[in-house]
Design a protein around this ligand. Structure first.
Ligand SMILES: C[S@@+](CC[C@H](N)C(=O)[O-])C[C@H]1O[C@@H](n2cnc3c(N)ncnc32)[C@H](O)[C@@H]1O
Length: 452
């Protein structure tokens, strides 16, 4: 008999897709935050349901060999890296296996088609974008990260998955806020001003953007001093922007920007391609693995130079521009109009003339293109977590695209869509997971489908 608040000894046998340990008690699945497969632990049941229980980790009796000392002072406290306490090689094994099992269970995909995940040589300092909430602690400004499951700020001067330069930038902004008595935003009362500090770094160019997110539109008091301090101490500083977010919202950035220093953008490269990055534009956060991911997508597309390629869910056109170098023509489709504008500008910036972009819902634009007689020989899809709209897959199958390359950030919806495609004239050829987010449970996957 299992009781709520009762203490039990269990062995952890698996991980959930959020990095929570799973054990079994008389056949009941018990979810234990902070536990790792192969741990023997004492847990206290905090929630008992018919089909599962949640439990608190009380003690580790036998440590799993997968455990390591996390390389971060706030690991386990901040909500960022769920599995930094697992060795990197083991993280990779867990992710490969998780993709295999998900694709098999939901999509009926043969496990042998799933390659081992491509990991990073150095899985630290990989992020090119950081977002630090600003709060007050002990009467002083505090910049850090949100505590897991809350909006309480955990001060942190050094985050090991971010670029080292952030340590200096946050220290300078903190000093500026304190010395100039800048009001800090308090989301409970929607009062105060300074909300977040966002940094973007071009890993290839070394260019840096600092974005100060404020509630009010007025220029920040003494901000010239801050710019001077940043210019003196941050090599590569290209621009400082004030972003205005007057709303009572969890969304970090508002829609208006005022450039305080420089020209409001930075540039970076993925491979040979150059991109303009503005405060609001989406850019993949791990540039090293992005190149690997797009390289795989291009390889799986098997282009010979004569194809019309659809890049569906194209964002700022990064994949489209990669593909355009090997295709006759690329058509990108994206719902966010600003992103479509960025995509067209990025094409120009790189002298690419065979890529065009349509703004709109893919599930409406793709059927319209088909009605006009425009067809894809090859299609690349890179949908958000909820996967592809079935209307998109249905039209791709009607137009008999000879190959579909699916870039996914959610193996479960990829598996669902793989099942649909397998039932509608396609077969899975190759599945390649890529580790874009070391120390978290997120996995990106490239999967190629061939017309049968
Ligand atoms: C995972 S991102 C991929 C972006 C891009 N391919 C890249 O690698 O940077 C998914 C994109 O789909 C867009 N999107 C979401 N729903 C959409 C829809 N119904 N139709 C078209 N685009 C959509 C989002 O705005 C986002 O840019």
């Amino acid at each position: 008999m299992i009781n709520e608040n009762g203490k039990y000894e269990i062995e952890i046998v698996d991980f959930t897709d959020k990095g929570c340990g799973i054990g079994r008690l008389d056949g009941l699945a018990v979810f234990v935050e902070g536990a790792v497969p192969k741990d023997r632990v004492i847990v206290e049941i905090t929630k008992l349901k018919k089909n599962y229980a949640q439990a608190k980790l009380v003690d580790i009796i036998e440590k799993s060999p997968l455990r390591v000392e996390p390389a971060c002072e706030i690991a386990g406290i901040c909500g960022g890296c769920q599995i930094m306490h697992v060795g990197y090689e083991s993280q990779l094994d867990i992710k490969s296996e998780s993709v295999r099992q998900t694709l098999k269970r939901i999509g009926g995909v043969d496990e042998s088609l799933v390659n081992e995940i491509i990991g990073m040589e150095n899985p630290y300092g990989y992020r090119n974008k950081a977002q630090f909430p600003v709060g007050v602690q002990n009467g002083e400004a505090a910049l850090g990260f949100y505590k897991k499951g809350s909006h309480e700020i955990v001060p942190c001067s050094k985050c090991s998955i971010q670029h080292d330069i952030n340590e200096k930038i946050t220290a300078i902004v903190k000093e500026y806020i304190n010395e100039n008595s800048i009001e800090v935003y308090d989301e409970r009362f929607h009062k105060g001003n300074m909300r977040h500090v966002v940094t973007k770094i071009g890993f290839t160019t070394g260019e840096i953007m600092v974005v100060l997110v404020t509630k009010a539109a007025a220029r920040l008091k003494g901000v010239e001093k801050l710019v001077d301090m940043l210019k003196n101490e941050i090599p590569g500083l290209r621009t400082v922007v004030q972003n205005i977010n007057p709303d009572k919202t969890n969304r970090i950035l508002g829609f208006k920007n005022k450039t305080i220093h420089g020209d409001g953008i930075i540039n970076d490269y993925i491979g040979e391609l150059k991109f303009n990055i503005s405060p609001l534009s989406f850019f993949q956060v791990n540039p090293v693995q992005t190149k690997v991911l797009y390289g795989k997508a291009l390889e799986y597309a098997q282009l010979e130079g004569e194809e019309t390629v659809f890049d569906i869910y194209s964002g700022i056109g990064t994949i489209s521009l990669f593909l355009s170098q090997k295709a006759k023509k690329v058509i990108g489709v994206e719902i966010v109009e600003d992103a479509v504008r960025d995509a067209a500008e990025n094409a120009k910036l790189n002298g690419i003339e065979n890529a065009e972009f349509y703004a709109g819902k893919a599930e409406e634009v793709i059927p319209n293109l088909y009605k006009q007689g425009i067809r894809a020989d090859v299609a690349v899809v890179d949908p958000p977590r909820k996967g592809c709209d079935e209307r998109v897959l249905s039209v791709l199958s009607s137009m008999q695209a000879k190959r579909i390359v699916y870039v996914s950030c959610n193996p479960a919806t990829l598996a669902r869509d793989a099942k649909y495609l397998e039932e509608n004239g396609y077969t899975v050829e190759n599945v390649q997971p890529v580790d874009m987010f070391p120390h978290t449970m997120h996995t990106e996957v490239v999967c190629s489908f061939k017309r049968v």
